[in-house]
Design a protein around this ligand. Structure first.
Ligand code: UT7
Length: 331
């Protein structure tokens, strides 16, 4: 028994923010951003127009339509995000309510950039066990609101974008195609290398009236350290998935990396000796949308009719936590 992705969808806000727009907010340059990250533009929600769960709902409707299903067919929701609307509850329940679903379970995942693959892994197990038949896995982020858009925050502000992607999983009809395996990891000793501390339940937010002066309300990142770990862990976790299935890097038809930095994807591509046409990148247009990068990429690949039956697709992600993960799929 395998589970299979039978529909994918995505939604990004209309508001395009170019590198030139960022030059007006902080001391940066389009050349620096393109050279170090590959990013040319990103989408940032305009407050009052889009929300995290609102974008997730749009992406989910597209995924359901492509799967030939309606919201009432879904019997479980898995929602990955690091930028929920509320401190609690998580956005899974908002999606359940606003899509008019039955009182199905809604699980929120906190694994940052690896969140979508963690979510796929959870859905995969539920389907393989026979517990559920149609599961919606969503990754959605509104990150621009919490970025420090001054020169002080330029190391992170230029990287992140907003958007949502979704996938519908079902039991595989032929038993051959579908998710071959998923591999999940974490290493919390590095949690402070990429984090956003407030609002946290430590008391600071509620006691310290001067919090708006604190850097703790912005994401902080040791970029070079994250970069170094990412390149190693991406390679490791992809090879782990290949070994688990008796395959080699040359068996990969399409590698869809979490879109953290074009240079990271290119270094991993070189380590795996993959050609340019075997790797999908869209970070140039969207920046890093964290839990949403992989489902947005899959949805664009669906539109380009590049997800062909039998193709071996490798997904991998690395990010805050640290967490990292891979999924190997026979489409
Ligand atoms: O999904 C996982 C999440 N994150 C990542 O995967 C990010 C991984 N890390 C990276 O992508 C890279 O480390 C960055 C793109 C964040 C930074 O690139 P870098 O080549 O590692 O640069 P750096 O942090 O070593 O900074 C080099 C210089 C510094 O100036 P000095 O000290 O050499 O004078 C920075 O202050 O570039 C400066 N800098 C900038 N300059 C213009 C940092 N950010 C900017 C900026 N514009 N936006």
């Amino acid at each position: 028994m395998k589970s299979k992705i039978v529909g994918v969808g995505h939604y990004v806000p209309d508001n395009v923010v170019t590198n030139a727009d960022l030059e007006k907010m902080m001391d940066t340059s389009s050349d620096w951003i393109i050279e170090r990250t590959g990013i040319q533009e990103r989408r940032w929600v305009v407050p009052g127009q889009d929300t995290n769960s609102g974008m997730a709902i749009k992406a989910s409707h597209m995924a359901l339509e492509r799967a030939g299903l309606s919201p009432s067919d879904i019997d479980f929701i898995v929602f990955a995000t690091l930028s929920p609307e509320y401190f609690f509850p998580g956005p899974g329940v908002t999606l359940q309510h606003e899509m008019g679903m039955d009182t199905v379970g809604a699980l929120d995942i906190r694994a940052q950039c690896s969140g979508f693959i963690y979510g796929l892994s959870v859905a995969d197990q539920y389907i393989k066990s026979g517990m559920y038949k149609n599961i919606l896995v969503v990754g959605s982020e509104v990150q621009n609101i919490v970025l420090d858009k001054t020169t002080r925050g330029r190391g992170t502000a230029v990287l992140f974008g907003d958007g949502a992607g979704a996938a519908v999983l079902q039991p595989s009809r032929d038993g051959q195609s579908g998710i071959l395996s998923t591999h999940l990891h974490s290493q919390g000793e590095h949690r402070d290398l990429l984090c956003l501390k407030e609002p946290g339940a430590t008391g600071e937010r509620f006691i310290n009236q001067g919090l708006e002066q604190s850097m703790d309300i912005y994401p902080i990142m040791d970029g070079p350290a994250v970069f170094k770990h990412a390149v190693t862990r991406f390679d490791e976790v992809i090879r782990e998935s290949l070994e688990a299935n008796g395959m080699q890097p040359s068996d990969i038809d399409l590698f869809v990396p979490h879109q953290a930095n074009l240079r990271i994807s290119q270094m991993v591509q070189r380590k795996l000796r993959l050609r340019d046409d075997q790797v999908f990148n869209n970070i140039q247009r969207y920046g890093n949308t964290t839990a949403a990068t992989i489902p947005i990429a899959l949805s664009e690949l669906w539109e380009q009719v590049r997800l062909q039956p039998g193709k071996i697709i490798s997904l991998a992600a690395f990010g805050s936590g640290f967490t990292w993960a891979s999924a190997l799929i026979r489409w």
